[in-house]
Design a protein around this ligand. Structure first.
Ligand code: UTP
Length: 295
């Protein structure tokens, strides 16, 4: 994959059952960590990685995501009238001017692999990134000199001409919650995957390197997804198609990114992310410390 990354897919058509009843009407990706919804952290990361085309795979209940990235004329004109320039910049800054957002629908929640496949016509024949917004990866925040996780991966994919999958070490007794890779180390952060196992019991796991929500993939994955039959839970699994890619191309890399991951798809992860972000904020950090001390 020698081309730079321009397109990133955000599969956001899941049901978000772990956040019911809120997700009856609020898309999981719109849940905030402090003042920004999860989807904004994901978009900032994609833009940092060089993307100018963002493809959101949504469902009919998730209009809020499109609304969020659209212009809010009434609000903007009120803020303008009142001279609230900082707030106006915040409202207008959800998407940089050079970046376009495209929305495609996943008619039925048939799995992550199927959601990615729904983006095929828009991605076309070039490498692309995938970000699962409920995995929030923080590496210094917007404007930091450190590279976002997807940028680190895109650079590796371009240099190595290979697909790159983000991995993280997880506790050995939690391997059955993740896709786990067996891999031969190349250097401190990257490794060559030999095979992948979906949710193995700790005794059967080949390692404790778990796949997390960032991928850089070649367009070839779409053909492989089309040939993938439903796997665990009757869903079309992205992991199965990546395994097929590995068999076909022989080289898929696992990458231990620099940054902290928060699994905001569950309550504990969202609380951790919120506390972490609050501790980065000079005004909020003492409030959190004082409050936790009292608790
Ligand atoms: P999850 O496994 O977290 O499922 O999906 P979910 O439905 O979002 O949440 P829970 O488990 O019910 O609480 C992982 C990612 O894949 C997307 C989700 O939106 C999320 O970003 N996804 C999953 C789809 O876009 N379509 C699907 O059919 C399934």
């Amino acid at each position: 994959m020698s081309k730079p990354l321009r397109k990133v897919v955000f599969p956001v058509a899941g049901l978000g059952t772990r956040f019911l009843p809120a997700t009856k009407v609020v898309a999981k990706e719109m849940l905030p960590v402090l003042d920004k919804p999860l989807i904004q952290y994901a978009v900032d990361e994609a833009v940092d990685a060089g993307a100018d085309t963002l493809i959101f795979v949504t469902n009919r209940y998730k209009h809020a995501i499109a609304d969020y990235f659209d212009r809010a004329y009434e609000l903007e004109s009120k803020l303008h009238e009142k001279g609230k320039r900082d707030l106006l910049a915040l409202v207008r800054g959800t998407l940089p001017r050079h970046v376009r957002a495209i929305f495609v629908t996943q008619p039925e929640a048939l799995g992550l692999g199927h959601a990615v496949l729904c983006a095929k016509a828009v991605v076309g024949d070039e490498p692309f990134g995938v970000i699962l917004p409920d995995d929030l990866i923080w590496n210094g925040g917007t404007g930091a000199r450190k590279k976002s996780a997807l940028r680190q991966m895109a650079e590796l994919a371009e240099a190595e001409h290979a697909a790159v999958i983000a991995v993280e070490e997880v506790p050995h007794d939690e391997t059955d919650k993740y896709g786990i890779v067996a891999a031969t180390p190349i250097d401190e952060r990257s490794a060559r995957i030999s095979h992948m196992v979906e949710k193995p019991k700790p005794a059967d796991a080949p390692s404790n390197l778990a796949v997390v929500g960032r991928y850089v993939l070649p367009a070839r994955i779409f053909r492989l997804l089309e040939q993938t039959t439903p796997g665990a839970g009757g869903e079309i699994q992205l992991t199965d198609a990546i395994d097929a890619l590995l068999k076909e191309q022989g080289k898929v890399l696992a990458y231990r990114f620099e940054g902290i991951r928060f699994d905001c798809g569950n309550k504990a992860g969202l609380v951790r992310a919120t506390m972490h972000m609050a501790m980065q904020d000079p005004q909020l950090a003492p409030v959190v410390r004082e409050f936790l001390g009292r608790l």
